[in-house]
Every structure is written in structure tokens, then in C-alpha cells.
Design a protein around this ligand. Structure first.
Ligand code: HEM
Length: 218
């Protein structure tokens, strides 16, 4: 009999194609290749503000949940860094200058829903954002710094001061995913929810591209 593959590996493999779709979104490709602008990044970060607000509020509500609590740590908390970045990039009145795009509304509503009702679903959203930030996010930060002249101000979102070695952190996180006593059915549900989370991110890139096109046309 062959050994069943670890859950974290199945998760990664079964979401590879939705990851590639997200990665390939024109808005992101342009941002990373230098065809985008600082303003594009500011628009993306503004949406991240709403997404991480929902995610980190849900985390606070699940602090005592035996499964969710395995993954929740203040080392990952992003909201204060996003707030500082937006203040730096947009000024003191940054809160008045940002608003959620349609996909962000749907994405944050889903995070709040699973946060209130389904810890496994919350873990799916937690994994998709934070492990992404610790993986591709680090490449994205380097490119943003190179293409748009950022030092550390403005890109604090990607700087995890309390995680010296992202690889080690991610390995522990994956080991925790593998250690949870989920049924096969629950694992499938979690993988499906990660797929949904990726699609929200892809749709968000498309919303951002549409909003940019509308601004240019106006
Ligand atoms: C241009 C954009 C992106 C690039 C260049 C990129 C690149 C990468 C790379 C190189 C890895 C490491 C793969 C590995 O360790 O085997 C990774 C992992 C990951 N990325 Fe992305 N990514 C991008 C966008 C995204 C987006 C939009 C999300 C979702 C919000 C995301 C979520 C993830 C996750 C969850 C992982 C961890 C997989 C795991 O180790 O289990 N990525 N990404």
C-alpha cells in the first residue's frame, strides 16, 4: 500500500492551478514587471486593509478554538503594518481615501462568515493569505522595492519583523496542518475553500485592473 500524501502537500498540489491563475493576473504581472505604478500598489494595499481587518477580527474571535488557535499568532498580524504603510503613502486622512471594491466586499463577507461558523474554513483563508505573504509575497516585495523605489516605508506589509526565517515558519505551519485530526471530507472542504480564497484574490486583481481602466478613461 502506498503512503497517503500529507494534507499540506495535497493542499498545495490541488490548488496549484488556481495559484497560477492568480499569479498570472495582468494587474499583478504589470505591477511586478514595472509596467504598473506606485498608485497601483497603493490601490492593492488599500484592499488588503479591508481583507486583513476581516481576517484578524475573525482570528480574535477564534483565539480559543482548538484548531484555529494552532495557526493564530501575533507574529503574523498585518493590520498595524498596513495602517502605517497607508499613512505613509496616502497621508493622515488615508481612512477617508480608501474604499472596498466589489470583490473585497464578497471576500471579506466570506471570511466573516467562516470566521463565525467554521474554523476549518477560517484556516483555509488564513493559510492562503499568510503563507502566500511569506512565500511569493517576499518576491513581490523585492520587485516593488526595485521597480518603484520603495525602501521599507510603504512595504511594511511584506516585512515580518518577528519571523526571521520564513521557510522554518512555513514548515512548522504545514506540519500543524498535517497534525490536525480532520476527516477526509473536512480536508476536501478546506481545500475547496482555499480554492475559493485564491479565486477571490484573482477576481480582486481583475477588479483593480477594471478600476484603473475606468480612471484612465475618465
Ligand atoms: C505574482 C504573484 C505571485 C507570485 C510570484 C507567487 C509566488 C509564489 C512562490 C514562488 C511560492 C512558493 C512555492 C513553494 O514553496 O513551493 C508561493 C507559494 C504560495 N503562494 Fe504565491 N505567488 C503569487 C501570488 C499569490 C497570491 C495572490 C496568493 C493568494 C493570496 C498566493 C498564495 C500562496 C500560498 C498560500 C503559497 C504557499 C503554498 C504552500 O507552501 O503551501 N500567491 N507563491
Amino acid at each position: 500500500m502506498t503512503e497517503p500524501i500529507p494534507f499540506s502537500q495535497a493542499l498545495r498540489e490541488r490548488t496549484r492551478s488556481v495559484h497560477e491563475e492568480s499569479e498570472g493576473a495582468v494587474f499583478m504581472q504589470d505591477l511586478m514587471s514595472g509596467k504598473g505604478s506606485r498608485e497601483d500598489y497603493i490601490q492593492l494595499l488599500s484592499q488588503h486593509y479591508f481583507i486583513y481587518q476581516a481576517l484578524e477580527e475573525a482570528a480574535a474571535g477564534l483565539a480559543d478554538d482548538p484548531v484555529a488557535a494552532l495557526f493564530i499568532t501575533p507574529k503574523l498580524t498585518r493590520l498595524p503594518a498596513i495602517e502605517a504603510d497607508l499613512e505613509y503613502l496616502l497621508g493622515d486622512d488615508w481612512r477617508d481615501r480608501i474604499s472596498p471594491l466589489p470583490t473585497t466586499f464578497r471576500y471579506t463577507a466570506r471570511i466573516r462568515e467562516v470566521g463565525a461558523t467554521w474554523p476549518g474554513g477560517f484556516v483555509a483563508h488564513h493559510y492562503t493569505r499568510y503563507l502566500g505573504d511569506l512565500s511569493g509575497g517576499q518576491i513581490i516585495r523585492t520587485l516593488l522595492q526595485r521597480q518603484y523605489g520603495f525602501d521599507t516605508n510603504g512595504v511594511g506589509f511584506y516585512l515580518f519583523d518577528e519571523i526571521a526565517k520564513p521557510k522554518v515558519f512555513k514548515d512548522v505551519y504545514r506540519a500543524q496542518l498535517d497534525a490536525v485530526d480532520w476527516t477526509e471530507e473536512e480536508r476536501d472542504r478546506v481545500i475547496a475553500e482555499v480554492g475559493l480564497a485564491f479565486r477571490f484574490n484573482t477576481d480582486l486583481f481583475n477588479d483593480l485592473a477594471a478600476a484603473k481602466a475606468a480612471t484612465i478613461a475618465a
